[in-house]
Design a protein around this ligand. Structure first.
Ligand SMILES: C[S@@+](CC[C@H](N)C(=O)[O-])C[C@H]1O[C@@H](n2cnc3c(N)ncnc32)[C@H](O)[C@@H]1O
Length: 307
């Protein structure tokens, strides 16, 4: 059994959805997907797995990302089954053909996800709706917004944001150390905050839509219409994993240790900075002391030899 983390993950965070392909790929087969869209493809770690699947399934993959990393750009040049659109989801969802499956893993905040769901829903409802797959429905983004580009969010919709925010499990405010994000909401929880809250608000307004959560690798969510012809196949794949107490406990423990390690790194950096500062101040004091000793010796010499 291959237990290594998937994708390019030097920080060993388990950040890519590629770590969840044992659930994700069977879902694509269950709906007999011929087209899959990944919103937020980053370096192409999951995209590569999707392309490998697409070759066998005779399917196409669309990656939507306004800031693709090199790995994804190279992949798009190598793989004919992949189309890369360098634009935001809100822009792309207004003009691309709606696929059979949409994987939502772009900007992790309430406004962005809620608007992505509104745009999809506007174009396909009920049994015609695509299968929706989400990443980051558990800690930290399930109940706390993060923003890649705050300028994309209407000012009245932004939670109060903190730059270079550090978050720690169990701390609803901003922590001294922990996982860090360029921008995050100042507090966890409350209305219109977080990816899971956006999904729940979407599901709440609709009849016959099911949400399941697999609490692993920051949380994997699935939403599907109960009256779709493939609904029971999807339920059969997801339900054994969903809301699994053992998985949830493992994930809570995993993120706690990740955050603790990041806290320790921040403490070591602070300690190193402080000790360098102390070394500088110490060297300065030693220089001043040597100077005073020289002046003292000079005075003593003059006292004993007044001529
Ligand atoms: C967490 S990474 C995606 C990881 C990838 N899905 C995986 O599993 O390996 C998030 C990506 O979303 C992209 N992104 C940010 N805002 C976006 C938006 N509004 N629309 C689409 N993508 C967005 C970022 O550029 C980044 O590459």
């Amino acid at each position: 059994m291959d237990t290594n983390l998937r994708g390019n993950d030097p920080g060993q965070l388990g950040h890519s959805l590629a770590n969840l392909t044992e659930v994700l790929i069977p879902l694509l087969d269950a709906v007999a997907a011929r087209s899959v869209m990944e919103i937020g493809s980053y370096a192409g770690d999951l995209t590569r797995e999707l392309c490998n699947w697409a070759v066998g399934a005779g399917a196409s993959v669309t990656a939507i990302d306004p800031a693709p990393r090199n790995g994804l750009i190279e992949l798009s040049e190598q793989r004919p089954e992949l189309e890369l659109l360098r634009e935001t989801s809100h822009h792309a969802l207004r003009h691309v053909s709606l696929p059979d499956v949409v994987i939502i893993d772009g900007d992790h905040n309430y406004y962005t996800v809620r608007e992505e769901l509104r745009l999809i829903d506007e174009r396909a409802r009920g049994a015609d709706a695509p299968l929706l797959i989400f990443h980051d429905v558990c800690w930290p983004h399930g109940r706390r917004d993060a923003y890649d580009d705050p300028e994309q969010i209407p000012p009245e919709r932004r939670e109060s944001m903190v730059r270079n925010a550090r978050v720690f499990p169990g701390e609803p405010g901003i922590a001294q150390g922990g996982l860090s994000y360029p921008w995050a909401a100042a507090r966890e929880g409350g209305p219109r905050n977080g990816v899971l809250t956006a999904i729940e608000d979407f599901v709440k307004d609709r009849d016959g839509v099911r949400l399941a959560i697999v609490p692993a690798f920051f949380g994997f969510g699935v939403v599907w219409p109960r009256d779709a012809p493939w609904a029971s196949a999807v339920a059969g794949i997801v339900e054994p994993w969903s809301d699994n107490a053992i998985l949830a406990r493992l994930e809570a423990n995993r993120v706690l240790h990740l955050a603790k390690e990041h806290l320790r790194v921040a403490e070591v950096m602070l300690w190193t900075m402080r000790s360098k500062d102390l070394e500088r101040r110490n060297a300065d004091l030693e220089r001043r002391n040597a100077d005073l000793e020289r002046r003292n010796a000079d005075l003593e010499r003059r006292n004993t030899d007044p001529s």
